[in-house]
Design a protein around this ligand. Structure first.
Ligand code: UDP
Length: 252
């Protein structure tokens, strides 16, 4: 039987939210089952999001994170923690993938991550509105082995693993089955709440793998781009006349 894919998406009400959620759900709808979409919002489960989810036809759970956002840099962090707690609490056995609502995903990506045993990673194409070129972030691979990283950051403090949030996926049983996976630490795995911006991924990954030898290249060779991380600014979006747009871009 096929492994369960657990796709975790933090989301919040803003212009384009409906567009993003529809676009992501259209891809998820085409992925072979079983797939569970765990969508997490802050403070309340909004009627807008609930409505979109109900109509997708994708199996989903709509969760709420009630922790106060202490810092604007925490974008999505607490929501992902809530999803991890949910997965661990209910012992949802599958491959966990953090898919932000605004990125672009190929169908092939979701099929590829199903074959991950422990932890899989791949290069993500990053496209920023302000910059004219796209950059790759993620592993350099030799066959199914990870042998290095594309590094782009200018900061002096280098990250251990140069992976985008949407550039890795892992077996959920790592969260609770310490013995099986010989986890490097016996502490419960959490995305740390006070981690500096840009260090969330590496801090999390350092808790579930020791080094590159425990990683799998997805797909072997890492020679293809399977998803794109777009930095689009949704502030200042002008709404079309005649449409009532309160929170997200949707017709009323
Ligand atoms: N997000 C959220 N609340 C926030 C900011 C972001 O739920 O206050 C979600 C957002 O919907 C997306 C993810 O967190 O799924 C990453 O946000 P964003 O794309 O803005 O961050 P970036 O990728 O630019 O670092």
């Amino acid at each position: 039987s096929r492994k369960l894919l657990i796709v975790v998406t933090p989301t919040y009400n803003r212009a384009l939210q409906a567009y993003y959620l529809h676009r992501l759900s259209e891809v998820l709808k085409l992925v072979k089952s079983p797939l569970l979409w765990v969508v997490v919002e802050m403070n309340v489960a909004s009627a807008e999001t609930a409505d979109i989810l109900r109509k997708t036809g994708v199996m989903y759970r709509h969760l709420v994170c009630s922790k106060n956002m202490t810092d604007i840099k925490d974008r999505g962090v607490h929501q992902r923690n809530v999803a991890l707690e949910h997965i661990e609490h209910h012992r949802l056995n599958g491959i966990v993938y953090f898919a932000d609502d605004d990125n672009i995903y190929s169908l092939e990506l979701f099929e590829s991550i199903r074959s991950i045993n422990r932890f899989g990673t791949w290069p993500v194409a990053m496209l920023a509105q302000s910059k004219s070129k796209a950059i790759l972030e993620g592993p350099v691979c030799n066959g199914s082995q990870v042998i290095g990283w594309h590094t782009n950051e200018k900061s002096k403090q280098l990250r251990r693993f140069h992976v985008d949030m949407s550039g890795f996926a892992f077996n959920s049983t790592i969260l609770w089955d310490l013995k099986k996976w010989h986890r490097p630490t016996s502490d419960p795995i959490r995305q740390l709440d006070n981690v500096k911006e840009g260090f969330q991924e590496t801090t999390f990954i350092e808790q579930i793998v020791e080094d590159e030898s425990q990683m799998e290249a997805v797909p072997p060779g890492c020679s293809r781009v399977l998803n794109w991380h777009l930095h689009l600014e949704s502030r200042g979006v002008v709404y079309p006349g005649g449409w009532l747009l309160q929170k997200n871009l949707d017709a009323v």
